[in-house]
Design a protein around this ligand. Sequence first.
Ligand SMILES: *Cc1c(COP(=O)(O)O)cnc(C)c1O
Length: 322
Amino acid sequence: MTDLILPTYQDVEAAAQRIKPYATKTPVMTSRTANQQFGAELFFKCENFQRMGAFKFRGAFNALSQFTPEQKKAGVIAFSSGNHAQGVALAAQLLNIPATILMPIDAPDVKVAATEGYGATVIRFDRYTEDREQLCQTLAKKHGYTLIPPFDHPHIIAGQGTAAKELIEEVGELDALFVCLGGGGLLSGCALAAKKLSPNCKIYGVEPEAGNDAQQSFRAGKIIHINTPNTIADGAQTQHIGQYTFALIQKNVDDIFTATDEQLIECMKFYAERMKMVVEPTGCLSFAAAIAQKEQLQGKRVGIIVSGGNVDIKHFAQLISQ
Ligand SMILES: *Cc1c(COP(=O)(O)O)cnc(C)c1O
C-alpha cells in the first residue's frame, strides 16, 4: 500500500478543467427552514441536478477523457449498481467510446434504462452470488476493454472532488462538510478539495448503518470487508472501501458516521417537502448525519453534498408515504 501514488489537489484542479465544458456546475441550495430548525448555516451542493442525476459523471468523464487512442477504440467496461454505470455510459457517449456495463439483476429499472439510453451495452449479474469484479476483469481481458472501477481509481477520485471544489469556491470556507460514502471516491476526492480550500473544515463521511464497513475500517486502521448490506441506500451497498480511498480517508477525514434507513426517509421527505427536490436514499446520507450532529454544529457553516437523485418514482412515492 505504501507504493500507491495518491491523487492530490492538483489532480482535482486538472479534473475541473477537463470536465468544465461538459459537466453542470450544480446549484448550491439553502433553506431558511433548515437553518432555523438547525441553528446553523447549511449549504446543500445539489449533485442530484448533475448530468445523469448524480456526481458520478464527474469522475467518469475525468477518467475516460484521459484514455489513449487505443483504449478509446477498444472501449470501456464498468460494474455498478447504477449511477457509476450511467456516468460511464454518458461520458463514453460524449467521447465516442464503446461502453459495456455490468449491472446487478436487482438494480433499479430507471438506472438500467438510463444506462442503455446512453448507448451502453448492459450485462446483468447476481450480486449476491457472483463476483462482479472477477466477471468484469474476465471480459476486460477478453476484449481489451479498459476497466474503470466505481471509486478506487485516482482519476475517479480527482473527478468526484470537483463537487466540493465548486461548493467551497462558491460559498467560501466551511466549518464542516458531510459527504455520502459508499466506496469512498466522493469522500476522498472532496476531502482533497476541502483540505486545500478550507483547511479548518472538519470532513465527515456518512454510510448506511447496515453497512458500516468504512467506519469499521477507519477505526481499525485497515480495510474491513463485509457482506452486501441490506439498505435502501443502493448507491452505498459496497462491501469494502478501496486502497486509494482508504489511504486518503485515513489521511484527510475526521470521522465517519452512519444513518439508518428511517433517518434517510425523513431526509427524503424534508428535501421533497421543503426544498422541492427528489433525492435518492443514498443522497440523503450526508444530511441525515448532520441532523444527528446538530448540537455540535450550532452556529457553524456546514456543507452537505447531496450526491444524487436517481430513484424510481414509484419507489420514491412508497418511501415518502411511509
Ligand atoms: C456512488 C454514489 C455514492 C457513493 O459514492 P462513493 O464514491 O462510492 O463513496 C453516494 N451517493 C450516490 C447517489 C452515488 O451514486
